[in-house]
Design a protein around this ligand. Structure first.
Ligand code: GLU
Length: 288
């Protein structure tokens, strides 16, 4: 059994572009150097945005680039039960609550509370509380939609009695150069949504559960996901999952220094391939 397992975990919401190629190649090459394993995981919990043709394009583009991965590929939409079980652990610990507020109501609550900020890493930094059991029953009876929020202060408090110090090991760097032993500050999220109304889970839960289930030892991904690690580390401790080592890498930008987006069709691997680029051209352009 190898002691180095890493992964590339794209969401099939569009065609892969140069930024994805950089991320996949960084992880792939790291695994190769360590004689380790490289996993491809399809993060398709968002049924509204994920499409089968984009999933197929991920396999085609990565294969064209010369990558290979362990099979079978884990597709998150096949494993909602695993994420529900993790949510149940947090529920049993009394660390999550149902939030029936709409986006607009959350924004209003924040606007009227000077100590709250509209600018958390994932939107508003909201701290709420559960409804009274009677009110909750009433809302549920009416079929009102809700999301599960993590009571972040209680969750952080709970880790004090558990196995993990609240930090993570960063072998790359965050956007501000954070590296080495980084103190995790999940409170910046406020009461994070960990199961959305429409998805039964969230990226955060699905990601930490899968990384543990798949034995991922090294998480190599873009620095745009650095902030999420603060929350992931907290979830790992609460769910009693091992702590992987992190390596956040720089993001590939266009000639104006702007981040590449799935909306920009010109730098998709498919467009570059159709334009005559070879896998070697792509590797060279990305510095491999
Ligand atoms: N699915 C995420 C994305 O496409 C990546 C998640 C991760 O690497 O943790 O941005």
């Amino acid at each position: 059994m190898t002691d180095f397992i890493t992964r590339f975990a794209p969401s099939p919401t569009g065609l892969l572009h140069l930024g994805h190629a950089f991320s996949a190649l960084t992880a792939y090459e790291a695994a190769r150097k360590k004689d380790g394993a490289f996993i491809l995981r399809i993060e398709d919990i968002d049924a509204g945005r994920c499409k089968p043709e984009f999933e197929q394009a991920i396999y085609d583009d990565l294969e064209w680039l010369g990558l290979s991965w362990l099979t079978p590929v884990r597709r998150q939409s096949d494993h909602f039960k695993d994420y529900e079980n993790a949510l149940a652990v947090l529920r049993n610990k009394g660390l999550v609550y149902r939030c029936f507020k709409t986006r607009k109501e959350v924004a209003e609550a924040i606007a009227s509370a000077p100590h709250l900020s509209p600018d958390g890493p994932e939107g508003p930094q909201y701290f709420g509380e559960p409804l009274t059991p009677n009110k909750e029953k009433e809302y549920l009876r009416k079929g009102q939609a809700f999301a599960w929020r993590l009571n972040i202060k209680k969750a952080i408090e709970a880790t004090r009695n558990l196995n993990g110090p609240l930090f993570f090991t960063e072998e790359g760097a965050g956007p501000k150069g954070e590296t080495g032993e980084v103190t995790a500050t999940p409170e910046v999220f406020g009461d994070a949504i960990i199961a959305r109304k429409d998805a039964r889970t969230s990226y955060h839960i699905a990601s930490v559960v899968d990384d543990a289930l798949q034995g991922v030892t090294h998480i190599i991904r873009g620095e745009d996901l650095f902030h999420a690690t603060h929350l992931h580390r907290l979830l790992q401790i609460l769910l009693d999952l091992p702590a992987p080592i992190y390596h956040h890498h720089r993001l590939i930008t266009d000639e104006n220094g702007a981040r590449l987006s799935k909306r920009d069709q010109s730098i998709t691997l498919r467009a570059l391939r159709e334009d005559g680029a070879t896998p070697q051209d792509i590797r060279k352009r990305l510095g491999f």
